[in-house]
Design a binder for this molecule. Structure first.
Ligand code: NAP
Length: 475
């Protein structure tokens, strides 16, 4: 059992001013795995004041001091590897192999990469007519979702530390324990008091209070579009800067010279990894009409290579949805796909055989999907693929861009010219060609309703800075 009803404020674990708590459920067992505090607005205010008090001194630390601090944080994070894997596997239901290789690793990579970039990051610039200085933005409120419990908060925290900002973190209530481990990491790394604060609690209370707090200068949010809108509305009252990392409905353009089995594997991986709970997941497979039947056969043949089951089993590829609510949402979408007249190739509603306990969905593939259908337009956040056919590349690019989102895109094929045309034609923040690997120094974020702003690397640091122009400064 993980029981920690305290918040981390001003360098100490402190009791909440209220008595309410939130139960955290293990989605694989449906059993309670721990309890956290449902923090109060007073708790948040205390954290904001601590961050504000720490800001003048922390924002004046040198770049070298902050590089060393990030190195120490990364070292301490590595020491807690087993604890992170245990917590994330239980709270999210993320399969243990994926937790180790992706969930844990991404958190670490952000701290390491940001430290590396910070070594050469320029905070000042002398121009012919002006001197430009980039100042830390102030106190930042960080609100994170449950699907990658350490990735999202690490990119925000690493950038904030690099910039010299102080923070209050509110992690998702469904996955708070990895975030609390990060607080222990920051404590062990000797992060100065008040620089990092963590307040647990519901989004409706603590998240809402962060986005409307007059002493918070910047709100960095990752989550759903609906909550992003509320955050913008609240922040607008004080003209507080926001960055929003929101949802997606990303296309996979499969070119006519692609290896069909490789393309099918790529498409299944996109929906099966993290149980489809990935903002960048490619969930619309755009396939040449001439390749359609072969592609569907390859999907059917390869699906058994992606076992759904117990997250503690090293061979499991796909675990449960994070919660009963998320499972119900996914089931509703699968039913809508069936009702829309799309052809069900695999999966469907209900739980996979033998997995009655736990919020497990079946890996579900629809074909003959109309590009305007709900399942081709809305983010499902579950293991559901929509296959849509196209006749030529221009049409494929047009379908790819027929979305309110623009977070990611995938292109699979051989010919360099066609790959380039497709990759450059998709309007989205990150395009992956074939086996392209994540680059933690490159910007991450979305076009359209996928959000505002960028994270990761130097672009992430810039979000936590305010450029100041000084004119007439004597040299
Ligand atoms: P969510 O419901 O929007 O929640 C995200 C965070 O916001 C949680 O900490 C939540 O707290 C908090 N929150 C809820 N209501 C709030 C309010 N009124 N004011 C302020 N904060 C509030 O999203 P989710 O279901 O956790 O995550 C899934 C979504 O995140 C998907 O749409 C996915 O695409 C998106 N996402 C985007 C990225 C990206 O980088 N673009 C990455 C990952 C996920 P509680 O947990 O207490 O409710």
């Amino acid at each position: 059992m993980y029981n920690n009803v305290k918040h981390f404020i001003n360098g100490e674990w402190v009791e909440s001013t209220g008595n309410e708590t939130i139960d955290v459920i293990n989605p694989a067992t449906e059993e309670k795995m721990g309890t956290i505090s449902a923090g109060t607005e007073e708790d948040l205010d205390r954290a904001v004041q601590a961050a504000r008090k720490a800001f003048p001194s922390f924002s004046n630390t040198t770049r070298e001091e902050r590089v060393k601090l990030l190195d120490r944080i990364a070292d301490e994070y590595e020491k807690r590897k087993d604890d992170f894997i245990k917590a994330i596997t239980q709270e999210l239901g993320s399969p243990v192999t994926f937790t180790e290789k992706t969930q844990y690793e991404m958190g670490l990579r952000h701290f390491r990469e940001t430290a590396k970039i910070l070594r050469d990051f320029e905070f000042t610039e002398q121009r012919e007519g002006s001197f430009i200085q980039k100042d830390a933005i102030g106190v930042a409120g960080l609100i994170t979702p449950w699907n990658f419990p350490t990735n999202q908060l690490s990119t925000k925290l690493a950038s904030a530390i690099a910039a010299g900002s102080t923070v209050i973190l509110k992690p998702a209530s469904q996955t708070p324990f990895a975030a609390m481990l990060v607080a222990e990491v920051f404590e062990a790394a000797g992060v100065p008091k008040g620089v990092f604060n963590l307040v647990n609690g519901s989004g409706g209370k603590i998240g809402n209070a962060i986005s409307s707090h007059p002493d918070i200068d910047f709100v960095s949010f990752t989550g759903s579009g609906g909550v992003g809108t509320k955050i913008m509305e609240n922040a607008a009252q004080d003209i507080t800067k926001v960055s929003l990392e929101l949802g997606g409905k990303s296309p996979i353009i499969i070119l006519d010279d692609a290896d069909v089995k490789y393309a099918a594997k790529n498409a299944i991986t996109n929906i099966a990894a993290n149980t489809g709970q990935v903002c960048t997941a490619g969930t619309r497979a755009l396939v040449p009409a001439s390749m359609h039947d072969e592609f569907i056969e390859a999907i059917k043949e390869l699906l058994p290579e992606f076992p759904v089951g117990d997250p503690q089993d090293k061979n499991t590829f796909t675990g449960p949805q994070v919660s009963e609510e998320q499972w119900n949402t996914v089931q509703d979408y699968i039913q809508q796909g069936i009702d829309s007249g799309a052809t069900l190739v695999a999966g469907g509603t209900g739980k996979p055989d033998g997995l009655e306990t736990g919020y497990y969905s079946k890996l579900t593939v629809f074909t003959n999907v109309n590009r305007d259908d709900t399942i081709a337009q809305e983010e499902i956040f579950g293991p559901v693929l929509s296959v849509i056919t196209y006749n030529d590349l221009d049409e494929a690019i047009e379908i790819a861009n027929d979305t309110i989102y623009g977070l990611a895109g995938y292109v699979v094929g051989e010919n360099p010219e066609t790959l380039t045309k497709a990759a450059k034609g998709i309007r989205a923040g990150r395009i992956t060609v074939n086996d392209g690997k994540a680059d933690f120094s490159a910007p991450f974020g979305g076009f359209g309703q996928s959000g505002i702003g960028r994270e990761w690397g130097d672009y992430g640091i810039e979000e936590f800075l305010e450029p100041k122009t000084i004119l007439g400064l004597p040299n």
